[in-house]
Design a protein around this ligand. Structure first.
Ligand code: GLU
Length: 313
């Protein structure tokens, strides 16, 4: 146990117990049929502190569909490929709109507000795809996740990807709309294929918390010494996570939790306590904004009890 966080294990296990007992569990996403098969009872949490100590409770080893959490990592990859030129394709302002909204795109000439709403993430995926075959781009994304999590067993859930491919009419509309403005370079079905598959990566809380460590430690995994991005880039990715990581619930998440975080409709949230820890929680029931209901409540409790909010204890 790290000397800086002596109570961490107790706090994490208390929170998991509290979450297990709560009757309010949110609603499991059903618009991707395969996700509806997961029960709302699960709850997992993993916290990895600066020393690399792993503290976990509940269903922390169960793989779940990371969905939009993958967008943090595709953003990181795309910035690595084209640098700040990426910001010509996508903005970095909160949208105040639902994750799959199309309304702003017309007014803003096909440039999505930020890389974490669906339209923005599809534009980022298109950048990663350029110059590659879809399977190469997808392999690159998957290998990046395996490298960050130091775990070659991480895979894509093909059933989830196929389920979204069959029912992703809204995302297909977003992509076609951006294509009409010249924002996407590649064939729409190629870009969407890569997008649906990276959303369908399955990871456990432990794997996700491992993968997020570089964001908590100025771009570098402190245990392996691997530098993933510069300190400046890590700081900026965290800033976009804080302002845009929970769709139109981003303000509420900052207000209640006070940490950069990214949610996914599979019920996962990756949160970053800069200099302190990388945290992953999973509970499949969602709130009205499409963010994990108990995941957010658990992170709020954790940040409060440890005084980890970036805005002060
Ligand atoms: N693959 C999902 C979609 O595009 C991701 C949404 C999310 O996790 O918020 O609808």
């Amino acid at each position: 146990m790290s000397s800086t966080t002596p109570d961490l294990a107790r706090i994490v296990s208390d929170i998991a117990d509290e979450m297990r007992e709560r009757p309010d569990r949110g609603e499991v996403a059903t618009y991707i049929p395969e996700l509806a098969r997961v029960g709302a009872d699960a709850f997992g949490i993993t916290v990895i502190d600066a020393d690399g100590t792993v503290v976990a409770a509940g269903d922390s080893e169960t793989p779940f569909s990371i969905q939009s959490i993958s967008k943090v990592f595709t953003l990181t990859l795309a910035l690595g490929m084209v640098g700040d030129r990426l910001w010509r394709r996508v903005g970095r302002e909160p949208s105040g709109s639902p994750f799959n909204s199309i309304v702003q795109l017309e007014r803003e000439r096909g440039i999505p507000r930020n890389p974490f709403i669906n339209a923005g993430a599809i534009a980022v995926t298109d950048v990663i795809l350029s110059g590659h075959q879809p399977r190469e781009a997808l392999g690159e994304i998957l290998r990046f996740m395996q490298f960050l999590a130091q775990d070659p067993t991480i895979t894509i859930d093909e059933a989830v990807a196929a389920s979204e491919l069959r029912t992703g009419f809204r995302n297909t509309a977003l992509a076609n709309y951006m294509k009409s403005f010249g924002v996407l370079d590649n064939p729409v079905d190629f870009t969407l294929g890569v997008y649906f598959h990276h959303c369908a990566i399955s990871m456990s809380c432990r794997q996700l918390a491992m993968a997020g460590r570089f964001l908590a430690h100025s771009g570098r995994n402190p245990s392996t010494g691997h530098s993933v991005v510069s300190p400046e880039r890590a700081r900026r990715i965290n800033a976009v996570m804080l302002t845009c990581g929970h769709y139109d619930g981003s303000g509420e998440f900052a207000y209640r939790v006070g940490l950069p975080g990214k949610s996914g409709v599979g019920g996962g949230i990756l949160a970053v306590a800069p200099g302190k820890a990388s945290i992953a929680v999973w509970s499949p029931g969602l709130d009205a904004s499409g963010n994990s209901h108990l995941g957010r409540i658990a992170l709020e409790a954790l940040a409060k009890r440890l005084g980890w909010s970036i805005f002060g204890a």
